[in-house]
Design a protein around this ligand. Structure first.
Ligand code: NAD
Ligand code: USQ
Length: 458
């Protein structure tokens, strides 16, 4: 018989990276008044035509609304594959997301602004992609359209192959399509901090390029060596090589944003109407660590710390994702410049320190469970994010305790009846050894606390 959480509760050290200072003035606005366009974070008022590939997703949707709100002309492309994967996994966003058609109609009603939506598979419907780029002649194309979950990418051979075909195929198609359409569009791609590996540089992780001494003593500044920790992260490393090649060969203008783990749900735009709500993933495959802990805390479920919780990662709030994208589109590289690379994170934090914070806020205990992932149990992580900060980004950080919890409490309280506790434990394992170590985890052992169940709305 399977056991509930064979691992023991751990005494978690007090988080040292959190400042007690309140930054509630920078937390998500809840106004029901439309937020009108001002200059971008960097003060630029230039308005652009922007195609958002993957604009129906967790980062793409709030970014689309933010850019539209700032006065940019936004066109969304998405094949809704993420929604189909939810159906395959028997899971759903905790928040009830509307169809893309309803979303853009709601935005028009709320803001008076139009966002076009096209259902195109970037990896498979090449001719449609070329035609769209020819028709729209965008200044920028923001590329979010990839399979983004590391656990899903490690689930089985089918998901590994799909992740590589979809992500690398889509990125290659995008470069070919810009060349075929003969449009000088700036690509802004969402990469990941995971391309660098964790703590492998021997010091601060620079933004994309690293100084090395080659055999023979020649000094060079090269792409940081790739150290992926999953098939998903490997596709971002392969993307980086494609960007390097197409910049060199065809003078494409490309920015690669190595983003950390995104947390939060809503933004000042998505709260304007229920139909604009952003998705919230909490399951073992797509839920990311901080949002999972916040949801688990609110549901009274012990926080699922994998291994020792010594993993250190980069974090950024979803509102800052959108601001970073605008900074990137407003600051494109010149033709002929090498690929521009930014580290898109606000701060780094250890998983057990994140758990400690949520445990303190919720009174729910953190429990170490066997790690389903092949990853270093403990790592240091020192990352430069100077480029975005020098462009004016003042990111929200994890010490926004009120903002952190009030947003998720509101979401969970409202939509808790949509939570399936069986989806909370990890469901994908990096290799056979990890699967064996996790064999005793029993998804059906997870129960929501009684007072949460009591509050479930009909
Ligand atoms: P998401 O899965 O919520 O959104 C991705 C969207 O792209 C989905 O709506 C999906 O339907 C669409 N899509 C996927 N393949 C497509 C294709 N072939 N054609 C058209 N549309 C396609 O993921 P997200 O969290 O919004 O992430 C967006 C991007 O940001 C990803 O590339 C991801 O790697 C990167 N990123 C995300 C995070 C994070 O914590 N969420 C952190 C760092 C980087
Ligand atoms: N973890 C736990 N408990 C959980 C979930 C995760 O301890 O319940 C741990 C994991 O073992 C890992 C860390 O938390 O060490 C981060 O896991 P995650 O699922 O939050 O993030 P990850 O798999 O790295 O992927 C997410 C996004 C991905 C993005 C990446 C940025 O899904 O799209 O590229 O964050 S980064 O991590 O900086 O590479």
């Amino acid at each position: 018989m399977k056991l509930f959480y064979t691992a023991i509760a751990v005494l978690l050290p007090v988080a040292t990276s959190f400042s007690p200072a309140s930054i509630s003035s920078r937390t998500v606005a809840t106004s029901t008044t439309a937020i009108h366009a001002e200059n971008g974070v960097n003060g630029s008022a230039e308005k652009k035509k922007v195609i958002i590939l993957g604009g129906d997703g967790f980062c793409g949707w709030p970014t689309s609304l933010y850019l539209s709100d700032q006065g940019h002309d936004v066109v969304i492309v998405d094949n809704l594959s993420r929604r189909k994967i939810d159906l395959d996994l028997g899971c759903d966003s905790l928040t009830p997301i509307s169809s893309p058609e309803t979303r853009v109609q709601a935005w028009k009603e709320v803001s008076g602004k139009e966002i076009k939506f096209h259902n195109i598979d970037v990896a498979k419907e090449y001719d449609l992609l070329v035609q769209l780029i020819k028709d729209e002649k965008p200044d920028s194309i923001v590329h979010f359209a990839e399979q983004r979950a590391a656990p899903y990418s490690q689930k089985n051979a089918k998901t590994k192959r799909y992740t590589v075909d979809n992500n690398v195929g889509g990125s290659n198609n995008l470069c070919c399509a810009i060349i075929d359409a003969d449009v000088d569009a700036h690509i802004v791609h969402l990469g990941t901090m995971g391309v660098y590996g964790y703590g492998t540089s021997g010091g601060e992780i620079p933004e994309g390029y690293i100084d090395v001494t080659l055999p023979g003593g020649r000094e060079a500044n090269i792409l940081h060596p790739a150290h992926p920790g999953s098939v998903y992260h490997a596709t971002k490393c392969m993307d980086a090589i494609l960007w390097q090649f197409y910049q060199k060969n065809d003078q494409l203008r490309i920015t690669d944003l190595h983003q950390g783990i995104v947390w939060g749900t809503n933004t000042p735009q998505t709260v304007l109407d229920e139909r604009l709500i952003n998705r919230f993933d909490y399951d073992g495959d797509y839920g990311t660590v901080l949002n999972r802990f916040l949801m688990q805390g609110a549901m009274g479920v012990p926080l699922t710390v994998y291994g020792t919780g010594g993993q250190t990662r980069g974090f950024i709030h979803v509102t800052d994702t959108a601001k970073c994208i605008e900074l990137a589109i407003n600051n494109p590289p010149a033709t002929g410049d090498r690929v521009e690379i930014f580290n898109q994170i606000a701060e780094t934090c250890r998983v057990r320190d994140v758990a400690e914070l949520v445990a303190k806020l919720t009174g729910v205990e953190a429990k170490c469970i066997p790690n389903p992932r092949q990853e270093a149990a403990e790592n240091e992580l020192d990352v430069s994010n100077r480029k975005f900060c020098s462009l004016g980004l003042d990111p929200v950080t994890l010490d926004a305790e009120d903002g952190l919890f009030s947003e998720v409490t509101a979401i969970v309280t409202k939509y808790k009846s949509r939570c399936d506790p069986k989806m909370i434990l990890p469901a994908s394992f990096w290799n056979k050894a990890r699967a064996e170590e996790c064999a005793d985890l029993d998804p059906s052992s997870i129960k929501l606390k009684d007072d949460v169940k009591d509050k479930v709305e009909p």
